[in-house]
Design a protein around this ligand. Structure first.
Ligand code: CUA
Length: 187
């Protein structure tokens, strides 16, 4: 006779206790993960994107917002400062971005090939850059100087060399620069 054909009440009790143990463990793990999300949201202001914006990845180079001469930093008609960037294996375009210090700046980025990442070291600016979607976030950088902006999503053999720089300028310097050119960068 096989074992499972005649399970004793004892074996049943052990099994159900074992199951209960696993159930509790899984419950604890779920509670921990939810707790982590709440903690990072409240304590580090780390939020998931609040909206989804799509873009046609295959025609980015030829038409629309992310064509070559529209990339970089621009001040629009309402005075809003917008940085547009294109990520592609294995570079960001432009590879050096200019932003003013202490003023809110809107970043808009997308990818023309695979998933890339976007992170400005020393800040909470951190986003994925996904083909077909526009990653948008607003931020204010403090402290004049240059910050590194590596790609933090493995995107192929050249991933480790995919870097850009963010140059934070005093407001007056930035203004002079953006008056001289419609799109600025520090490439
Ligand atoms: Cu792009 Cu890693």
């Amino acid at each position: 006779m096989t074992d499972h054909a005649s399970r004793s009440p004892d074996a049943e009790a052990i099994a159900s206790q074992f199951e209960l143990g696993w159930g509790v463990l899984v419950g604890v793990i779920i509670a921990l993960l939810l707790g982590m999300i709440v903690f990072t949201a409240v304590h580090w202001s780390s939020m998931p994107p609040s909206r989804v914006e799509v873009v046609e990845a295959s025609t980015l180079h030829r038409t629309g917002e992310f064509v070559q001469d529209n990339l970089g930093t621009a001040v629009d008609a309402t005075g809003r400062i917008v940085v547009r960037m294109l990520a592609a294996q294995y570079a960001f375009r432009p590879s050096c971005v200019v932003v003013p210090e202490g003023v809110p700046v809107t970043f808009r980025a997308t990818s023309s090939d695979v998933v890339h990442g976007f992170q400005i070291l020393g800040t909470n600016v951190n986003s994925m850059v996904v083909p077909g979607y526009v990653s948008t976030f607003e931020m204010t950088l403090h402290g004049v100087g240059e910050r590194a902006m590596p790609c933090h999503e493995f995107c192929g053999v050249g991933h480790a060399s995919m870097w850009a720089r963010v140059r934070v300028l005093p407001w007056s310097k930035f203004q002079a620069l953006s008056r001289a050119k419609r799109r600025t960068s520090c490439v």
